[in-house]
Design a protein around this ligand. Sequence first.
Ligand SMILES: Nc1ncnc2c1ncn2[C@@H]1O[C@H](COP(=O)(O)OP(=O)(O)OP(=O)(O)O)[C@@H](O)[C@H]1O
Ligand SMILES: [Mg+2]
Length: 538
Amino acid sequence: MMAETRNADEIFKEFKEHSIAEFFKKNRQMLGYSGMVRSLVTVVHEYVTNSLDACEEAGILPNVEVTVTEIGENKYKVKVIDNGPGVPKKFVGKALAPVLAGTKFHRYVPQRGQEGIGAAGGTMFSQITTGKPIVVKSSTGKGTTYSCNIAIDTMKNIPIVTNLVELKEDFKGLSVEGEFADVKYENSDHGVYEYLKRTALSNPHCEIKFIDPTGKEHVFIRAVTEMPEKSKPTQPHPLGLAINDLLEFAHASQSRKISSFFVETFARTTSNKVNEMKEIATSIDFEKNPKEMTWADAEEIIKAIRAIKWIAPDATSIIPIGEERIKIALKNILNPEFMHVIERKPRVFRGGIPFVIEAAVAYGGKSGYETAEGSSAAILRFANRVPLLFDAGNCAITEAVKSVEWKRYGIDMDNQPVSIFINMSSVHVPYSGVGKEAISKEDEIIEEIKLSVMEAARGVQSFIRGKQHASFEAGRYKTTMRYAKQLAKDLAELTGENQNKLEQDIEKLVTKHYPHLKKGEEAEEKDIEIVAEAEEEN
Ligand SMILES: Nc1ncnc2c1ncn2[C@@H]1O[C@H](COP(=O)(O)OP(=O)(O)OP(=O)(O)O)[C@@H](O)[C@H]1O
Ligand SMILES: [Mg+2]
């Protein structure tokens, strides 16, 4: 039987254009809107990172207030208020509704937001799950307060702004509020509370207030009053370029020749370097306009770039959190008995992209997770100061941490209150998925993280060993003393001697073997009592 045939004209009658917003509707999981718990965290994450970015850009110490209210089954209202620069009325629709619109494109700096998707994603998610617009209030200075509702025309990818009213109210910053369904609040290490706690950990210059669905208010107070250093945009290093990157730069360039384009656009690229490239990429005309660069040209030039020696990229544009700040933040939020923080020197992955790893191991206090049996270790992952809560299995940090032999440092990951903190800072964090929840498992990154956490672990090793030794000794002392009573009684019966005296003699003898348990170290003794009691119960 002959199959039915259709020619191109017939087939292309059905040709339709999709809007980006339509694409979101069908592929929302790509932006982190998958799973009810995660979707709620994503909403909070997008608004909070925008607030932090905006405050940082304006040089304002951020105060962010997040309220999550339950309004129905798997239905919540989320409100985020910041004290940032605000959004001018003229731009508010465009900033918060259309996908791929924002002020942060084409910046080669380590910022949180980049794509211009985040806020629009929230608007769209509200729209497709509850049919409601986002309610916005903003002001950029005295007398400019306004409020409005924002929705998206998902076919045209344009904002629909309604109810725009000027308000007399004094306010500075941005307040966004939306209603979302298909979401769930959970008090777990994947939930909103944990997300905000970790955001406070990696951003000690922020004050974060959180009102949870039970109405309880949690405040993560500002631990440092200095703004983080602002990173300067840098030129990309040639070694970090892929073919399409090079083409994009070339086609956007105002330079007249490919040779000058290289010197003007990229880091560490002198005319001597361009001459070296010319010697290898012999078929390329470096005198022609960069706008005329073809894919084949770019391919050949990239080959040449990789064949010559380069000075390592300048890593000064990377601003890590900083050792002191991490210490203050950990103390503020986890209040550990002991911690060790490491800030490593910049390293490079994929031959040209610099990154910095910071790592800390904290023991005791509120470190780790509480479990039915006691506690276990928590791995706190961050990329450019943003906490990563999901997709742990696909993350270079998890892989590196798991590959360390923790027992060597006296750390038992399953039974101790330990938090392992890792932050990767880079102008280009290679995420392993579009949801940006895990760092891709590049060998150089894994290796560097492993070295960092091992160094941090070495720092707490002697403290943990000391602690283990003390509790072990105390346990032995206590057990021996328990037998002493019985032994004195038995001996008294056998020998007819005074039981009390015998008991005292035995006690003296035992105490002689544990001289560090003598009086004067009462604080430690108290500690030990608790450990020993717990043992007794078992
Ligand atoms: N709280 C805020 N204060 C001031 N401006 C804001 C705020 N939130 C958003 N904006 C503006 O709206 C723009 C769009 O935000 P959106 O979250 O969609 O994109 P982005 O942050 O640039 O990138 P990403 O997709 O990575 O989040 C921002 O670039 C910024 O100009
Ligand atoms: Mg954003």
